[in-house]
Ligand binder design. Structure first.
Ligand code: HXC
Length: 510
């Protein structure tokens, strides 16, 4: 018996070495952790249970039969994060560059199937050169099996992708189908084809960082949701994100006790809106002042900064926040911000996370760039996502809510449940200046008259009361009592039931 136990130990030791010490050292020299070291940081100590440690590839071309490495370039299994279960896979760059073979794909598919069956999230740590070149179509088939499962798992269990090295070709499409993508600055890349292919095909000379580095994907392309300094920081941030998420569509997001008073008053909110309606203020401040412990996990913070999206807790309950940001483009809605917010709403709605919308929006951004880029279709994504959401939804208008953007930003009419406004709210078709210039065009030469007309318009419309008179706003609330009012309102919606018409699925303007 002893020699069999020794054999197991030896095999395990060998498997843990992956592609060997030389390649592990190379990985460390690049400032990267190995696949297993990453799991040690991500998961609670001692919680990882590995599956398929002894799986090897079946390829016999290009001399591959001589190169069998136990595990075949991916470490898979399950573990816990703060005691809650998750399935994981971690690609091992020391084994054929983490490239995906048929068996490598089968390992990933196995844990994806278990995750959906058992109702636990899937976290993928990606560090892969894409399809295993030696395997050809078997590898492509493997990818497609993973992609198909990504689609089936979507809305069923949360899926998080962490990009921790060069991810090329097929290695980027599975992450793109998951709910969140985190990257590591300076050591992770995502591209369909690398800089060499780009040069050959288009003559463009571009570095890997410019083409698909963390900065490109968190600012320009919006493919990634956040990026952090190194492997450890990134994995700790994944743990933080995980704490906001339910394990599956059938479970609630975890409640976390808070020391912050549910009836707390914050007088500083009474003076946060500047006297001048054209002066910006930082919407982050409002979010942080009302959230438990001032804790706001922002998603896509570096992209479309004219809208904020992310998670916070109110009296311990997880809430998804969507908020216009007057500091950037005056908080206008444009193509990027509409897409960013729509996707976040879809996530919250699919996993039963209630939504808080904070509104200060002067309208949709005008211009040929926006029209040619399809603002109509992209704005409709946001409208569609809100109109279709069935989770508890509360809206608070802090200042401007003009025009179509008033309708879109979770107005009562598209079925927000409770709509509040601060006394500083201005709910109108447009700003006073624009309105008088259209209504009194013939008087534009007379500055005094126009000023009077503008003042009259402001007096009549730049307030929340006309909407409140019609019941579009349920109450005009004191800014200092916002936290208390929101907590009380969300508590009334705990058992919200909304029947969804039975159909195959909708046709969101993708
Ligand atoms: C097999 C691979 C591999 C791959 C890397 N390796 N990519 N083996 N298949 N796709 C191996 C290398 O041979 C090397 O082995 C080791 O991994 C490390 O690679 P290096 O090139 O030395 O590392 P580095 O300089 O850091 O460059 C990493 C890299 C580069 C940028 C990922 O290796 C690269 O460009 N690889 C090819 C990327 C690619 O074109 N993949 C196919 C995409 S097509 P040794 O033995 O020396 O350690 C695709 C189709 C799917 O994915 C489409 C589905 C929609």
């Amino acid at each position: 018996m002893k020699h069999i136990i020794n054999e197991l130990e030896n095999r395990r030791k060998q498997a843990r070495l992956g592609g060997g010490q030389v390649r592990i050292d190379k990985q460390h020299q690049k400032g990267k952790l190995t696949a297993r070291e990453r799991l040690d940081v991500l998961l609670d100590e001692g919680s990882f249970e590995e599956y398929d440690m002894f799986v090897t590839h079946r390829c016999t071309d290009f001399g591959m039969e001589e190169q069998q490495i136990a595990g075949d370039g991916v470490v898979t299994g399950w573990g816990t994060i703060n005691g809650r279960m998750t399935y994981v896979f971690s690609q091992d760059f020391t084994v054929f560059g983490g490239s995906l073979s048929e068996t490598h794909a089968q390992k990933i598919c196995k844990i994806m199937d278990l995750a959906v069956q058992n109702g636990a999230p899937i976290i993928g740590l990606n560090d892969s050169g894409g399809a295993r070149i030696q395997e050809g179509v078997a590898s492509l088939g493997g990818y497609a099996e993973v992609f198909w499962r990504n689609a089936q798992a979507s809305g069923n269990v949360p899926q998080i992708s962490v990009i921790m090295g060069p991810c090329a070709g097929g290695a980027v499409y599975s992450p793109a189908m998951t709910d969140f993508i985190y990257m590591v600055k300076d050591s992770s890349y995502m591209f369909v084809t690398g800089p060499d292919v780009v040069k050959t095909v288009t003559n463009e000379i571009v570095t890997a960082e410019e083409l698909g580095g963390a900065s490109t994907h968190t600012t320009k392309s919006s493919v990634a949701d956040a990026a952090f300094e190194n492997d450890i920081e990134t994995l700790l941030e994944v743990r933080r994100l995980f704490d906001f998420l339910p394990l599956s569509v059938n479970e609630k997001a975890p409640k976390r006790e808070t020391k912050d008073d549910a009836n707390g008053i914050d007088e500083s909110l009474d003076s946060i809106i500047p006297d001048n309606a054209n002066q910006p203020y930082d919407m982050h401040e409002i979010v942080i002042k009302i959230a438990d412990e001032g804790d706001f996990l922002e998603i896509q913070a570096e992209h479309a900064k004219n809208i904020l999206v992310g998670f916070m807790r109110l009296n311990g309950e997880v809430i998804g926040v969507i908020a216009n940001q007057p500091m950037v483009l005056a908080g206008c809605l444009d193509i990027d911000s509409s897409k960013k917010a729509a996707r976040f709403i879809r996530f919250c709605d699919s996993f039963n996370i209630p939504i808080l919308t904070l509104v200060d929006v002067p309208g949709f951004l005008p211009g040929t760039n926006q029209e040619y880029g399809g603002i109509i279709k992209h704005g409709a994504k946001l409208l569609f996502a809100y109109a279709q959401a069935t989770v508890p939804m509360i809206t608070l208008i802090t200042r401007k809510a003009y025009g179509g953007a008033y309708d879109v930003m979770a107005s009562k009419h598209i079925r927000a449940d409770v709509n509040y406004a601060w006394p500083s709210a201005e709910i109108a078709v447009m700003g006073a200046k624009g309105a008088t210039e259209i209504l009194y065009r013939s008087e534009l030469g007379d500055k005094e008259k126009i000023a009077k007309r503008t003042a009259d318009y402001e007096e009549r419309f730049a307030n929340p009361f006309i909407a409140a008179e019609r019941g579009y706003i349920d109450d005009v609330i004191m800014p200092h009592s916002t936290r208390r009012r929101l907590i009380r309102a969300f508590s009334t919606l705990k058992n919200k039931q909304q029947d969804v018409t039975k159909k195959k699925h909708d046709n969101i303007p993708l």
